[in-house]
Design a protein around this ligand. Structure first.
Ligand SMILES: [Zn+2]
Length: 514
C-alpha cells in the first residue's frame, strides 16, 4: 500500500494525470491486514456531501457506500464503474436541485412590497431533465399577497417553475443538439444510452426536437442581425468572397417532390477562410433576409468589397447579389472548369480498333493539344480565344467523322455534344471569366474546391445520400443550421446568446479542486 515512486518517461509525463500519493494507512488497519480476517472483510467507501448554508453549520447527506474486496480483487473492481459513477452523480444531483429549489422557494416567500410572508396555496410537482437523469420535485405555490390589488398579476406564483422554466436544462438541450448535428438521431440516442445516460429519456425524437428548436433559435438570431438588432456587432470586413454551390437531398414525401435543393458555401473574410453557411430555400420559414443576416454577422458593411465565386449558376449569383449593398463582382471557379476540361479530354478520344491504333497511335494528339490550348486560354481569361479553339476542335471531329463514315457514330455524337455544352457554358459566362493566372499570382483563391468540401462535410456526411435517408425541407434546414455553427466552432457562443450563463465560470471550476 506504499505510493509507487517511478521515474516517469517523457511519454508518460505528457499524460494529463496528476500523480496522487496513496494515503497513509492507519496502524489498526495494518494490524488487521496482518491478521486472518482481511480475507473476509471488504473495504468500504462512504460518500457524503456537505451543504453549508450561508453562515450556518453544515448539513450532511449520505450519498452511498461502495464496497470492494481487499485481496480478492479483479480488474473489473478497480475504481468506480460507469454505472456506480452515474448513480452517485444522480444522488448528488437530486440533493443539489432539491436544496436549491427549497432555498429559492424560501427566498420568494416574503412579499416584495410589504415583506409579509405569502400564504401557501398548494404543492405541485415539476419534472426536470438533467444530464444525470430525469427527476420530479415537489414545490410550493404561493398565493399573491393581499397588500395590493392588481387584476393583471398572477394570483399565485410557483418558484420551482421559475427556476426550471422548461422541462429540460440548457445543458441537456445543448448536448442533444450537438450530438444530433454530429450523427443520425437514432445513433445519438444509442450513444447516450451506452455512455450510461440511460435515465435521460434521450429518444431519437427528443434529440431531433431539441436540435430543430436550437436551429430555429440560430435562425432567429440571424434575422435579428438582418434587422440591425444583433447582440454581437462584428468587425467590419474589408473584403468578402462568397463561394456558393448547391446539391440535392431526397425528399421525405416522395409524392410531393423527389428531392429538394440544399445551398451551401463558405465565406472568405479578408483573405482568410471563414464561416460556412447552408440553407434550404424551399423550407417554409425561409426568407432572403436570413442570408442578409448571415453576411451582416460576418461584418458586411457598405464599403466591403464583395465577390461571388460560382460554377456559373445565374440563380445563385443573383441570390448573393440581392443581399449585397452594392454591385458585386462575380466569377467562375476554376474547379468546375477543370472538371469540364477533363470530361472534354475523355470525350474527344473516339474509341478505335486495336489495328487502327497500331496504324496511327497519335491520331488524337492534335485534339489533345487543342484542349491544352483551350485550357491556357481559359486560364488567362481570354474567352474569345477559347471560343475559337472550340470551333477548331469541332472541325477536327467533323473531319475525323468524314474520313471514317459510319464509324463510332455514338461517340462522335457525344463528343460534339460535350463540345457544344462547354462552348455554351463559356459563352454564357464569358463576362465572369477572370484572369486566373493573375489572380493566382496575387494570392487569391480561384477555386471553390473548399465549397465542395463544405458540401461533403456539412451536408452529405450528415444527410447521407448513401444511407437512403429522406428528409423534410424544414427538418434538414434547421439541423444544418446547427451543424454549420458546430463546424464553424461558434455553436457554444451562439447558444450563449439565449443562455448567457451556459458553461460560464462555475463555482467548481473557479477554485482548485482538492
Ligand atoms: Zn404584500
Amino acid at each position: 500500500m506504499q505510493p509507487v515512486a517511478r521515474t516517469t518517461s517523457s511519454r508518460r509525463a505528457s499524460w494529463p494525470m496528476r500523480q496522487v500519493a496513496a494515503p497513509r494507512v492507519p496502524c489498526r488497519f495494518q494490524y488487521s491486514l496482518a491478521s486472518w480476517h482481511w480475507k473476509v472483510t471488504p473495504m468500504n467507501w462512504t460518500i457524503r456531501i456537505e451543504l453549508t448554508p450561508d453562515g450556518n453549520p453544515p448539513i450532511t447527506y449520505d450519498i452511498g457506500t461502495i464496497t470492494r474486496p481487499i485481496a480478492d480483487l479483479s480488474p473489473e473492481q478497480i475504481g468506480l464503474t460507469l454505472e456506480e459513477g452515474q448513480q452517485l452523480l444522480r444522488r448528488v444531483q437530486v440533493q443539489m436541485i432539491s436544496s436549491q429549489a427549497h432555498a429559492y422557494a424560501l427566498c420568494r416567500r416574503p412579499c416584495v412590497d410589504c415583506g409579509r410572508p405569502k400564504r401557501i396555496k398548494d404543492a405541485r410537482t415539476k419534472c426536470v431533465q438533467t444530464v444525470f437523469g430525469a427527476f420530479r420535485f415537489r414545490g410550493r405555490r404561493y398565493r399573491a399577497c393581499g397588500c395590493r390589488d392588481h387584476p393583471d398579476e398572477f394570483l399565485q406564483d410557483f418558484p420551482l417553475g421559475e427556476i426550471i422554466p422548461r422541462r429540460t436544462t440548457p445543458e441537456v438541450r445543448y448536448l442533444f443538439a450537438e450530438l444530433g448535428a454530429r450523427m443520425p438521431y437514432r445513433a445519438a440516442s444509442r450513444v447516450l444510452k451506452i455512455c450510461g445516460f440511460g435515465d435521460m429519456r434521450a429518444s431519437h425524437m427528443a434529440i431531433r426536437r431539441h436540435t430543430v428548436a436550437i436551429g430555429r433559435e440560430l435562425e432567429a438570431q440571424r434575422l435579428d442581425a438582418a434587422d440591425g438588432q444583433a447582440v454581437q456587432v462584428p468587425e467590419t470586413a474589408k473584403s468578402l468572397v462568397v463561394g456558393i454551390d448547391d446539391t440535392y437531398v431526397k425528399h421525405r414525401e416522395h409524392l410531393v417532390a423527389r428531392q429538394f435543393q440544399v445551398t451551401a458555401g463558405r465565406i472568405e473574410r479578408n483573405g482568410k477562410l471563414g464561416a460556412r453557411f447552408v440553407f434550404v430555400s424551399s423550407n417554409p420559414g425561409w426568407t432572403d433576409s436570413s442570408f442578409d443576416g448571415f453576411l451582416l454577422q460576418q461584418g458586411m458593411k457598405r464599403n466591403t468589397v464583395m465577390r461571388v465565386v460560382t460554377d456559373g449558376d445565374d440563380g445563385l449569383r443573383n441570390f448573393v447579389q440581392r443581399s449585397s449593398p452594392r454591385p458585386m463582382e462575380s466569377q467562375l471557379d476554376w474547379f468546375h472548369i477543370g472538371m469540364r476540361l477533363e470530361l472534354l479530354r475523355k470525350a474527344v478520344v473516339i474509341p478505335v480498333t486495336y489495328q487502327e491504333y497500331l496504324e496511327d497511335p497519335h491520331a488524337f494528339d492534335p485534339a489533345q493539344r487543342r484542349i491544352s490550348r483551350l485550357r491556357d486560354a481559359l486560364w488567362r481569361g481570354r474567352s474569345w480565344q477559347a471560343l475559337l479553339q472550340f470551333a477548331w476542335l469541332r472541325g477536327d471531329i467533323d473531319r475525323w467523322a468524314a474520313e471514317h463514315p459510319g464509324r463510332c457514330a455514338q461517340s462522335v455524337q457525344r463528343a460534339k455534344q460535350v463540345i457544344k455544352e462547354f462552348r455554351y457554358y463559356v459563352c454564357g459566362n464569358r463576362r465572369s471569366l477572370p484572369d486566373f493566372a493573375k489572380q493566382r499570382a496575387a494570392g487569391q483563391r480561384i477555386s471553390t474546391a473548399h465549397v465542395e468540401s463544405v458540401m461533403n462535410h456539412l451536408v452529405n456526411h450528415r444527410l447521407s445520400k448513401k444511407q437512403q435517408m429522406r428528409w423534410s425541407p424544414e427538418g434538414a434546414h434547421y439541423l444544418l443550421q446547427v451543424r454549420a455553427e458546430l463546424l464553424n466552432g461558434t455553436l457554444t457562443d451562439a447558444y450563449r446568446v439565449a443562455n448567457p450563463r451556459f458553461r460560464g465560470p462555475s463555482g467548481f471550476a473557479a477554485q482548485s479542486v482538492h
